[in-house]
Design a protein around this ligand. Structure first.
Ligand code: 5GP
Ligand code: 5GP
Length: 229
């Protein structure tokens, strides 16, 4: 007969083993922010910008990143230094990356530096779910699916340097995606508040849009400029 103390020890070991197994397969974040930036608002602010070595990007939203996040608003970062960005992993989608995820920081670059930063800081925190090509491809697909510029233009909201109400921008995106986006503003050189970034929330598989568990503090006023690019 098994003594109760050794039975207890056996059960404890099984319990610990199960917890470890759960830890090994589960991801440590709650959802993704899929963040797109308006190039006109990145460029006409105090920091200014440099066009990529491949030339001026199209007047369209560009991807900033796909960021693992926690429901309380905090987020993990730089999760695995042993899995650094490998440019060869995305060589087959490089031209798409250059048009959809262009870098605008100075000095001009071809994008590798921006993508490296995004993978190392954010992508490594979802590496159990998306490997490097999978991570970048998931973002490209989300950009195509959300098609934000088209959605805004269909609602009469154009990048023409005019001012639009925050509620009209939010509504246009909610009507098309089904979910409320987060909007972030910055300030141009004349002090106007303008539409800088749009946050869309996505589930941990990076495929389904969801209602944001928490919205970023966006610094927008009730009417904001949508600058020309
Ligand atoms: P900033 O301070 O300019 O808003 O953000 C700087 C950087 O911090 C962003 O580019 C991004 O890498 C990270 N970051 C800022 N806010 C968030 C957030 O709410 N969630 C996540 N995951 N990252 C963020
Ligand atoms: P995050 O804000 O994601 O932590 O960091 C953005 C980093 O990527 C900064 O170091 C910034 O200089 C660099 N970067 C390169 N290209 C771009 C760009 O087009 N937009 C933004 N927001 N950051 C860029």
């Amino acid at each position: 007969m098994v003594k109760s103390s050794s039975l207890f020890s056996l059960l404890s070991q099984i319990f610990v083993f199960q917890q470890l197994a759960v830890l090994c397969v589960s991801q440590d974040f709650d959802f993704f922010y899929f963040v797109q930036q308006w190039p006109g608002s990145y460029c006409d602010s105090k920091q200014s910008c440099c066009y990529p070595t491949t030339g001026k990007p199209a007047p369209d939203f560009g991807i900033h990143g796909l960021w693992p996040n926690y429901n309380d608003g905090s987020y993990p970062s730089n999760c695995d230094s042993s899995n650094p960005f490998d440019p060869s992993s995305i060589s087959s989608i490089k031209s798409q990356m250059q048009s959809e995820w262009p870098t605008l920081a100075c000095p001009s670059g071809d994008g590798d530096k921006f993508w490296r930063h995004e993978w190392n800081k954010h992508g490594t925190c979802s590496e159990d779910i998306l490997d490097q090509p999978g991570y970048f491809q998931a973002a490209l697909k989300l950009k195509q699916e959300t098609d934000l510029l088209n959605v805004l233009q269909n609602a009469g909201i154009n990048p023409d340097g005019k001012f639009y109400s925050l509620t009209s921008i939010t509504k246009a995106i909610r009507d098309s995606t089904g979910f409320t986006p987060g909007l972030e503003c910055n300030v141009d050189e004349s002090g106007n508040t303008q539409l800088y970034q749009i946050y869309i929330c996505v589930d941990t598989s990076a495929t389904n849009l969801i209602e944001c568990p928490v919205l970023p503090r966006g610094k927008c006023s009730s009417r904001i400029e949508f600058p020309i690019f």
